[in-house]
Design a protein around this ligand. Structure first.
Ligand code: NAD
Ligand code: 6OD
Length: 534
């Protein structure tokens, strides 16, 4: 059943043609057509905005912090804003404001009223679409085209989907036969869990933040959100949208800052939060889990991945190469779902490696605002250093660098940015750090396999378990192999094709719990079972 409120909000498919939102279109390599209303005047113009202060948003007001830190544009290394770091006192104010909101007017709002507010927030994001695209691109360096077709539309869709879902969410009910021949009626009512702490990463900043804020508000909670220190801008714009949409004071609070020893740690260790939802690195998840153990707080974690793709000889070859290009390189490989381990049936291995090499070399690495750009920079100098360290480890380990493996030279301001070349490696042992550890860059290792069993064993030989993709035209094999993947999500002949009602999460180091659809509603609610003897 599709639940729709005349908005195409439930499914959000990345690798298909979207209806262009304006007449002007940009072609990007996988054939997707996207809107081009946010392009800068010149192709080489950096999307940097004038320096301004990005403030915290607490109890309905924008407020400064204990100090300022720089927000850097990864495309050219320039400082684009100063960010106000929230100290422990401000985090405490935010949690107290959230608590007051729950005890006040917001606590009495019904589902219809909350859903109406969520639709208004979605409209508010769309009304400022271009500003959001620019903010997201300036913070991350991602191409405007990508932010226009993925990040910002998905942020609006997140609010619509959870508004739709909360309006139609069923309650559980059981009629119980008692030992004395009588009956009882059990039914569960949904109540907000309380003040929810939300901590998010930098790779898909607004998409991932709203993926958690929307269901939390749909369920009637109040939130304190800490976006990544690398990407504070779109969250700050969202606070304006919240204010303008009429979100009551204290329901949405935003605190900026770093993780350990800073705002993130203050938030997770605050006794006033009732639940914590986090997206980021597995190591960080472990630290947050320890902090949350203290108050036995429920946690939901979406963590890292080292995702396999298995390509069988009977796949649709052109389609597979086209989609694998996204699966490896989208967002400069900085998507937790990206395929970093690619296993290819030996009979088509050489062909596939050459086809992917050609594909990688056809990608344009460049200014985010340039229509021709497919890949922007990595998020930061530190992250680039991490990715380059894996390129060095690959060389030291005897890998063949099929393409890439270096920093591109531009001869302009981009040389101050954090770019790397799209890179394909082959010839490494499965025990190599490049094959076992999450790199989070535009790079994959491709290895051959001879049998289905061998492919499944290699794919599952990891501590992670987020996503897998299988490429074959043999339906029985697709079902058989998909069931054997130790992951939260398996895609067959597609990648990152999302239906927001489905369970999303990972196993092992890739996460705890599931969000999406009713799974989100269950995490962000307390179910209170009422048993009435009849
Ligand atoms: P990160 O773990 O370094 O940071 C994520 C957030 O946690 C940031 O806001 C950061 O400030 C905060 N943080 C860091 N240490 C903290 C601490 N001790 N206490 C409280 N907060 C703390 O992750 P990142 O580098 O921003 O993002 C990249 C990682 O995120 C990759 O591993 C990627 O796979 C993962 N990721 C997973 C998913 C998913 O859905 N599974 C989605 C996106 C990204
Ligand atoms: O699509 C989503 O809902 C989601 N959480 C995607 C995560 C992508 C990781 O980078």
């Amino acid at each position: 059943m599709l639940i729709r409120d005349n908005q195409p909000s439930i499914e959000h498919s990345i690798p298909v043609n979207d209806e262009p939102r304006t007449r002007s279109e940009v072609k990007i390599p996988n054939g997707m057509s996207v809107q081009n209303r946010v392009m800068p005047e010149t192709a080489s113009e950096s999307p940097a905005a004038p320096i301004k202060e990005l403030k915290n948003f607490v109890d309905g007001e924008f407020v400064s912090g204990v100090r300022l830190f720089d927000d850097i544009n990864p495309a050219d290394g320039t400082v684009i804003a100063q960010v106000a770091e929230a100290g422990p006192e401000l985090v405490d104010n935010a949690v107290q404001a959230a608590r007051r909101a729950l005890d006040g007017e917001w606590g009495s709002w019904g589902v219809r009223q909350r859903a109406a507010l969520l639709y208004k927030i979605a409209e508010g994001i769309e009304a400022r679409f271009e500003e959001f695209v620019r903010a997201e691109s300036a913070d991350t360096g991602k191409p405007f085209a990508l932010a226009s077709r993925l990040d910002i539309p998905r942020a609006a869709a997140n609010f619509r989907v959870f508004a739709d879902l909360i309006k139609t969410a069923p309650l559980e009910a059981f009629e119980t036969e008692t030992a004395d021949g009588k009956r009882a009626l059990n039914y569960a009512v949904r109540k907000p869990i309380g003040v929810v702490g939300i901590i998010t990463p930098w790779n898909l900043p607004l998409l991932l933040l709203t993926w958690k804020v929307a269901p939390a508000l749909a369920c009637g909670n109040a939130v304190v959100v800490k976006p990544s220190e690398e990407t504070p801008a779109s969250a700050t714009l969202l606070a304006e949208v919240m204010r303008d949409a009429g979100v009551p004071r204290g329901v949405f609070n935003l605190v900026h800052g770093f993780g350990e020893g800073s705002t993130g740690e203050h938030l997770v260790s605050h006794g006033g939060i009732n639940a914590l939802t986090f997206t980021g690195e597995s190591r960080t998840g472990a630290a947050i889990m320890k902090a949350c153990a203290e108050g036995v707080k429920p946690v939901s974690f979406e963590l890292g991945g080292k995702n396999p793709a298995i390509i069988f000889a009977d796949c649709d070859r052109d389609e597979t190469v086209q989609q694998m290009s996204d699966a490896i390189f989208l967002n400069t490989g900085q998507v937790c779902l990206c395929a970093e381990r690619v296993y290819v049936e030996r009979s088509i291995y050489s062909w596939f490696v050459s086809a992917m090499k050609e594909r990688a070399e056809s990608l344009n690495v460049g200014w985010p605002g340039d229509e021709a750009t497919n890949l922007g920079p990595l998020i930061s100098a530190a992250h680039r250093e991490k990715v380059l360290s894996y390129f060095r480890a690959a060389r030291d380990g005897g890998a063949t660098i099929v393409t890439g493996g270096d920093v591109p030279k531009f001869g302009d301001a981009r040389d101050n940015g954090f770019y790397v070349q799209p890179t394909i490696l082959t010839g490494l042992a499965e025990s190599s750090c490049c094959v076992t550890e999450e790199i989070f860059g535009p790079v994959c290792h491709i290895a051959p396999f001879d049998t289905e069993e061998e492919a499944v064993a290699m794919a599952n030989d990891t501590e992670y378990g987020l996503a897998a993709s299988i490429w074959t035209n043999d339906l029985k094999r697709a079902h058989r192999v998909a069931r054997q993947m130790n992951v939260g999500i398996t895609w067959v002949n597609c990648w990152f094709l999302r239906d927001l009602r489905t369970p999303f999460g990972g196993v092992g180091l890739s996460g705890v719990g599931r969000e999406g659809g009713v799974h989100s509603l269950n995490f962000y609610s307390e179910l209170n079972n009422i048993c009435i003897r009849l």
